[in-house]
Design a protein around this ligand. Structure first.
Ligand SMILES: Nc1nc2c(ncn2[C@@H]2O[C@H](COP(=O)(O)OP(=O)(O)OP(=O)(O)O)[C@@H](O)[C@H]2O)c(=O)[nH]1
Ligand SMILES: [Mg+2]
Length: 382
């Protein structure tokens, strides 16, 4: 008896190899899907590994069961078979293939950087960054860059790898873009985003900073006629800060309000919160902002939002051409990787972090260095 292992791209190819090598009476003893190449289970190719034997009676094979008998039938395909029979066999093989593929793709998620060719020093950073829920392809991209840029001896050095990963994270975060006020400019800044993320509170914090600390002329525009109490909320902040609050109910109305506020350095527009699934509401906000043509539009998202939901939000709001992100509620999470994912998904720039409910104190200009440090577990204080 001869036993041999064959590796092929798919079952058909394996069976063909076995048949030409061992003859039509060959028997399959074992099949499995394996992954070859790739990094962290990404980009690896699924192959089939088949152990076959000849010179044994099929009925005596200890491994023969329904799954293998299907394969055996395919091996002994030399005997005449009808078209329908071949199709059945093909379909069953397809199902078996999918089952095994799923099983293996789940297992390969666990592969570590060192198993896939990176220095073992990367393993603990990978664990940290994956726990922070940074997109796995982005982690791989960061590690690739670090591996390319570090000298071979530094790739074994924990501190050198830490610093290189941190610098790469900082460069991935990119430029920070808070509100910049030019002298004599009548800046019009709008805030959009899902319900309850902290748009109105953030506007109050920014209004206070610019009006009280920077002594700029600041005004607010309330456009949310939808949620009960939304306009009153902004009015209350306006009264506390002693700055005007205009209330608008139409695209026409907002143009007139802006005309009245021409002499102000900064006009902040609050919009109604909208679920990413409410396309009509998002269209309404877009039409309002199109009528205004603001200097800047800031998307406000909460750091507590799940990755998949952030992706939905950004995709749904993409038609409103925002480029800047404010991330709120950093005080309510310890998973900071989603912030970096959001920046990449939006292809935008971070501007502010908000870190609590206190107006005006709980806001700060975002920092790429701080975010990179928090992702790597350096400083978790917000
Ligand atoms: N912990 C924490 N809470 C915050 C932060 N920012 C805002 N909040 C709270 O989040 C809640 C909602 O804030 P709002 O400013 O009303 O949110 P919004 O996005 O304007 O909500 P809608 O207008 O209803 O869409 C309030 O209780 C705020 O105090 C933050 O940075 N941290
Ligand atoms: Mg609001």
């Amino acid at each position: 008896m001869k036993i041999k292992t064959y590796i092929a791209d798919n079952m058909q190819e394996a069976l063909y190899k076995i048949k030409s090598d061992m003859g039509k009476d060959a028997v399959i003893l074992q099949t499995k899907h394996i992954r070859k190449g790739g990094v962290f289970g990404l980009f690896s190719k699924t192959k089939v590994e088949v152990v076959a034997a000849n010179d044994i009676a099929v009925s005596q094979s200890p491994m023969k069961n329904s799954l293998y008998s299907t394969i055996n039938e395919a091996v002994t395909v030399a005997r005449p078979a009808g078209f329908a029979e071949i199709l059945d066999i093909k379909n069953e093989l397809g199902e078996v293939k999918d089952m095994i593929k799923n099983l293996y793709s789940n297992n390969t998620q666990k592969s570590t950087p060192s198993e896939t060719g990176f220095s073992p020093v990367f393993d603990r950073f990978y664990d940290k960054m994956a726990a922070m829920e940074i997109d796995k392809e982005l982690i791989k991209k960061i590690f690739d860059r670090v591996s390319e840029n570090l000298k071979p001896e530094d790739l074994q050095d924990n501190n050198a790898v830490f610093n290189a990963i941190k610098n790469e994270l900082i460069s991935q975060v990119g430029k920070i873009e808070p509100i910049q006020l030019d002298r004599g400019q009548n800046a019009i800044v709008a805030f959009i985003g899902p319900t309850g993320v902290g748009k109105t509170t953030t506007i109050a914090k920014l209004a206070a900073k610019f009006a009280l600390y920077n002594e700029r002329r600041v005004a607010l525009i309330a456009t949310d006629n939808f949620r009960v109490g939304a306009i009153e909320q902004l009015r209350t902040y306006g009264e506390l800060l002693e700055i005007p609050v205009e209330e608008v109910h139409s695209n026409d109305g907002i143009g007139k309000a802006l005309d009245r506020l021409k002499g102000y350095d900064l006009v902040l527009i609050d919009t109604m919160g909208s679920s990413p699934n409410n396309k009509m509401q998002i269209k309404k906000i877009k039409s309002l902002l199109d009528a205004v043509n603001p200097t800047d539009i800031y998307m406000v998202i909460s750091a507590t939002t799940k990755n998949n939901d952030i992706s939905d939000i950004i995709n749904s709001y993409r038609e409103i051409n925002f480029k800047k992100l404010i991330v709120t509620k950093l005080d309510e999470t310890k998973t900071y990787g989603t912030i970096l994912n959001a920046v990449k998904m939006a292809d935008g720039n971070l501007s502010y972090f908000t870190v609590g409910q206190n107006v005006p104190d709980d806001i700060e200009i975002a920092s790429a260095e701080k975010l990179a440090g928090m992702i790597l577990g350096e400083n978790v204080h917000v």
